[in-house]
Design a protein around this ligand. Structure first.
Ligand code: NAP
Length: 254
């Protein structure tokens, strides 16, 4: 039996990168998929999820805009009759600067997407999940656990998500709504391309350095993360809440 049969999953930032891979694996496992993203490419991406019997939908939505989120959650719930899974994946890296050099507006923008976006999506999904229980999976980062000495706002915003997840796990346990965080190491996506560009390096020079940070064979793949999210969303994880799933090829094992 597919691991997510009859479940409805809302995935933010599902037009590209990790979110797209998470959507694909969840669809394969029998879930209906609703992608919320600012990038309209998600419209096409969801049509490619096509596993027979599954349904999918793209809703253009900015996770910093509460009105858009409320409408999107209601649209998802009206379309499929339930929301079982919320994957808070949308995120931005922000400028690659230390705290000393960070502009306040840049800091607030990173927090708006990476932390406030998680709060707002959770706020508007929970009332619609309460009937049947559910699973919230928040995509944090290894940089929500350890420092890297760079991208100051990214670290702080991802760390906020880590404890927000634990607090939500406690707050919603009585409703059988679980909340867990996932902490990926480096995965080659557009985000990492931009991060490398911001350092002034060429990817061909940066890649070996990034690979070396991960003892288990270099950088990971989007699927390495997607399978962890499938597990946390599934009933196999029925007794798992408030946990941190680190998927980083050993980066933080040192
Ligand atoms: P990505 O390739 O840049 O994809 C992120 C997606 O989120 C894009 O479709 C983006 O749209 C969308 N998005 C950005 N701001 C949004 C907003 N305000 N509202 C709705 N959607 C928005 O990034 P990724 O690498 O897949 O990262 C996905 C998540 O994993 C992020 O939370 C990231 O911090 C986390 N993560 C990534 C890595 C990694 O190495 N890749 C490691 C650890 C954690 P646009 O493209 O139009 O901006």
């Amino acid at each position: 039996m597919p691991r997510l049969e009859n479940k409805v999953a809302v995935i933010t930032g599902g037009s590209n990168g990790l979110g797209q891979a998470i959507a694909a694996r969840m669809a394969e496992e029998g879930a209906s998929i609703v992608v919320l993203d600012v990038d309209p490419a998600g419209e096409k991406a969801v049509t490619k999820l096509g596993v027979s019997g599954n349904e999918s939908r793209f809703i253009q939505c900015d996770v910093t805009q509460e009105g858009q989120i409320k409408r999107a959650m209601e649209e998802a719930h009206n379309a499929f009759g339930r929301i079982d899974i919320l994957v808070n994946n949308a995120g931005i890296e922000g400028p690659n600067k230390t705290s000393e050099h960070y502009e306040l507006a840049d800091w607030e923008r990173v927090f708006a997407v990476n932390s406030t976006g998680v709060f707002l999506c959770t706020k508007h999904a929970v009332p619609l999940m309460r009937d049947g229980g559910g699973s919230i999976v928040n995509i944090s980062s290894i940089y929500g656990i350890v420092g890297g000495g760079d991208v100051a706002a990214y670290h702080a915003s991802k760390a906020a998500v880590r404890v927000m997840t634990k607090n939500d796990a406690l707050a919603f346990a009585a409703d059988n709504i679980r909340a867990n965080s996932v902490h990926p190491g480096f995965i080659p996506t557009a985000m990492v391309d931009r991060f490398v560009e911001d350092t002034g390096l060429e990817m061909r020079d940066a890649r070996p350095m990034l690979d070396d940070l991960h003892p288990l064979g270099g950088m990971g793949t989007p699927d390495d993360i997607a399978w962890g999210v499938v597990y946390l969303a599934s009933d196999e994880a029925r007794w798992v809440t408030g946990a941190e799933l680190v998927i980083d090829g050993g980066y933080t094992a040192r």
